[in-house]
Design a protein around this ligand. Structure first.
Ligand SMILES: Cc1cc2nc3c(=O)[nH]c(=O)nc-3n(C[C@H](O)[C@H](O)[C@H](O)COP(=O)(O)O)c2cc1C
Length: 135
C-alpha cells in the first residue's frame, strides 16, 4: 500500500510579502522539498496562501509542524487531508503561482496557464488549490 498523502491548507500572510520575497520563499521551500520527497503547489493572492503538499505521511507531518510555527503566516487551516495513490505534482518540488486578488480573475489565469496540462487530475487539483485561497 502506498504511504502517499496529500494535504491542502490555507493561511493568511502576516505583514506584507513582495513578489520577490515570495519567489525566495519558494526557492527555499523547493530545496527542502527535494530532500524530503515533497512536491506541490503554492498559490498566493496577495493576502492568502493556499498550498497543496504531497509526499510520505511522516514527511508531511514534519513539514506541517514547521509551517505552523512559521511567523510569515497565520490563520493556518487544513482544508483537505487525504491518502493518495499517485502524485498530482510529480515534477514540482514546489510550484509557485501568484494570482490576482479577484477570485474570477485568479481562476481565469489558472485556466489559461494550465489548460494544456495533460493530466486531468492534476488540473483539477490546481483549480481546487487556487479556489481554496478565496474560501
Ligand atoms: C506560505 C509558506 C509556504 C512554505 N512552504 C514550504 C515548503 O513547501 N517546504 C518547506 O520545506 N518549507 C516551506 N516553508 C518554510 C517553512 O515554514 C520553514 O521555514 C522551513 O521549512 C524551514 O524550517 P525551519 O524554519 O523549522 O528550519 C513555507 C513557508 C510559508 C510561509
Amino acid at each position: 500500500m502506498s504511504d502517499l498523502r496529500s494535504v491542502t491548507y490555507v493561511s493568511r500572510v502576516t505583514g506584507s510579502m513582495s513578489e520577490a520575497e515570495f519567489t525566495l520563499l519558494g526557492i527555499e521551500a523547493g530545496r527542502f522539498n527535494a530532500l524530503d520527497g515533497i512536491t506541490g503547489l503554492l498559490v498566493f493572492n496577495g493576502e492568502r496562501f493556499c498550498q497543496t503538499i504531497e509526499g510520505a505521511s511522516a514527511a508531511i507531518d514534519d513539514l506541517l509542524g514547521r509551517l505552523r510555527r512559521d511567523p510569515r503566516h497565520d490563520e493556518f487551516t487544513v482544508v483537505n487531508d487525504e491518502a493518495t495513490e499517485t502524485r498530482r505534482f510529480r515534477s514540482w518540488d514546489m510550484h509557485l503561482l501568484v494570482v490576482p486578488s479577484d477570485k474570477q480573475a485568479a481562476l481565469d489565469l489558472a485556466r489559461t496557464r494550465f489548460e494544456a496540462e495533460a493530466d486531468y487530475t492534476a488540473r483539477a487539483k490546481i483549480y481546487q488549490t487556487v479556489e481554496s485561497a478565496f474560501a
